[in-house]
Write a protein that binds this ligand. Structure first.
Ligand code: NAD
Length: 443
């Protein structure tokens, strides 16, 4: 099938590439000329495991190409995916200007029947706005062409995006158009050969499903973070509690890890957008209000421990920091807890040497010229002269370091672990002072 993907970020690139992998003829469009230049020259502007090889394979097979030419890309696809950003507006609601701009581009250049598929995360009712924007452009040209609106929210996880897209748990398709339904069913059939995992519904329910999923996951995280803080005070170990409740199939193990609060490009903005939508309709989502409040508080849990240990004046103190990205296997720094922690340490007089396996270039972009912040290419290289090691992201490479070496390199054998990577008993034996989340600290 001929497919156009508008927006070549994390979601758009993965969508376009995975669809090309199954033989579709895909054009990926972006307004960011630099991004498209990198892609046309064989590079990949983001880090996502497996993506680079898959792009190369499909580009050389002639099934995948990249352009900034809106007219050409709109003319190409019978199915037009919109995968542009929906960042939070000043009031927390989803800013739809990129979605509407994409819809207008389609309306401006389309001829003949098209299926417009919204993959961006958008509030309930956006399908109607997309339809209105396209109809308006068509009317201005005096063009009479029919089109269908589909909501197809994306559930991929950064860091495992290819795997998630190629082997989805479910594919949600919201539409009331039978032709569109058939086309979407054929498009996704190769991805769900073993199980029928396509859920058809109306557009509004599909739009709501995406927010409901992210809000539920964010709720689990905040719930566990609050229980972790309580466990710590009560002398319980949240890691044992986690296993104790996760083993109940009604609860399950996923998303029960306590830490330094959720971040990234989705949970914070989607929780806020859902709250905002509810407020606009006179409804207050009390559970989600608490989820967000708990998350804000959790971002300072690690610095609270640092301040308790060193005092509020951190002048002259130097910290090694492992992990910048908001989670492992991505270079995404949007709303990353590391930013809050680094900002606090620097603004209280400390210096920070940070390492992340892939996010250093992104960190340099979002924290340009931050005085007192330096980077190193390996975890061990940031340790010398540090008063403590602060662990923020649970990269696999941080799980089993040579503790004897870590101890020798650090000025003090002191670790603040925001991801509970190590066993406190082993840390005690290894001679570390160790501050995890929701477990007994070793002092
Ligand atoms: P992103 O910022 O990485 O990419 C968006 C791209 O769209 C950018 O490259 C931007 O230049 C481009 N763009 C903006 N306006 C355009 C236009 N009019 N025409 C062409 N290109 C345009 O964003 P993302 O992380 O890929 O997210 C996209 C959407 O998918 C958001 O709504 C997000 O909430 C949702 N989503 C993201 C994830 C994730 O893990 N990143 C997962 C599921 C859903």
């Amino acid at each position: 099938m001929k497919i156009t993907v508008i927006g070549s970020g994390y979601v758009g690139l993965v969508t376009g590439t995975c669809l090309a992998e199954y033989g579709n003829d895909v054009v990926c469009l972006d307004v960011d000329a630099n991004k498209i230049r990198i892609l046309q020259e064989g590079g990949v502007p983001i880090f996502e495991p497996g993506l680079e090889e898959m792009i190369k394979r499909n580009v050389s097979a002639g099934r995948l190409r990249f352009t900034t030419d809106i007219k050409e890309s709109v003319e190409h696809g019978t199915i037009q995916f919109i995968a542009v950003g929906t960042p939070p507006d000043e009031d927390g609601s989803a800013d739809l200007k990129y979605v509407v701009a994409a819809a207008r581009s389609i309306g401006r250049y389309m001829h003949g029947y098209k299926v417009i598929v919204d993959k961006s995360t958008v509030p309930v009712g956006t399908g109607d706005k997309v339809r209105a924007a396209i109809s308006d452009e068509l009317a201005q040209r005096g063009e009479q062409t029919s089109f269908a609106i589909v909501s197809n929210p994306e559930f991929l996880k950064e860091g495992a995006a290819i795997e998630d897209f190629m082997r989805p748990d479910r594919i949600v398709i919201g539409t009331d158009d039978d032709t569109a339904k058939d086309l979407m069913n054929s498009l996704y059939a190769p991805f769900v050969r073993n199980h029928d995992r396509i859920l058809f519904m109306d557009v509004r329910s599909a739009e709501m499903t995406k927010y409901a999923a992210n809000a539920m996951l964010a709720t689990r995280i905040s719930f566990m973070n609050e229980l972790a803080n309580l466990s710590e005070v009560m002398g319980a170990d949240i890691e044992l509690v986690r296993k104790g409740i996760g083993s109940d199939p009604r609860i399950g193990y996923h998303f029960l890890y306590p830490g330094v609060g959720y971040g990234g490009s989705c949970f914070p903005k989607d929780v806020q957008a859902l709250q905002r939508t509810a407020n606009e309709h006179g409804i207050s989502l009390k559970v989600l209000d608490a989820v967000e409040k708990a998350n804000q508080a959790q971002k300072s849990v690690l610095v609270d421990k640092i301040v308790k240990r060193f005092g509020n004046d951190l002048k002259g103190k130097h910290f090694a920091l492992w992990g910048l990205a908001f989670k492992p296997n991505t270079d995404d720094m949007r709303d990353a807890p590391s930013r809050v922690i680094i900002e606090y340490l620097l603004s209280h007089g400390a210096t920070v040497a940070a390492h992340d396996p892939v996010a250093i270039h992104e960190a340099q972009r979002v924290m340009p010229d931050w005085q007192g912040l330096s980077y190193a290419d390996s975890p061990m290289a940031v340790l010398p002269d540090a008063d403590a090691l602060v662990i923020v992201t649970e990269w696999k490479a941080f799980r089993s370091p040579d503790f004897a070496d870590v101890k020798t390199q650090l000025k003090n054998p002191l670790i603040f672990d925001g991801r509970n990577l190590y066993d406190p008993k082993k840390m005690e034996i290894a001679g570390f002072e160790y501050y995890p989340i929701g477990r007994q600290q070793v002092t």
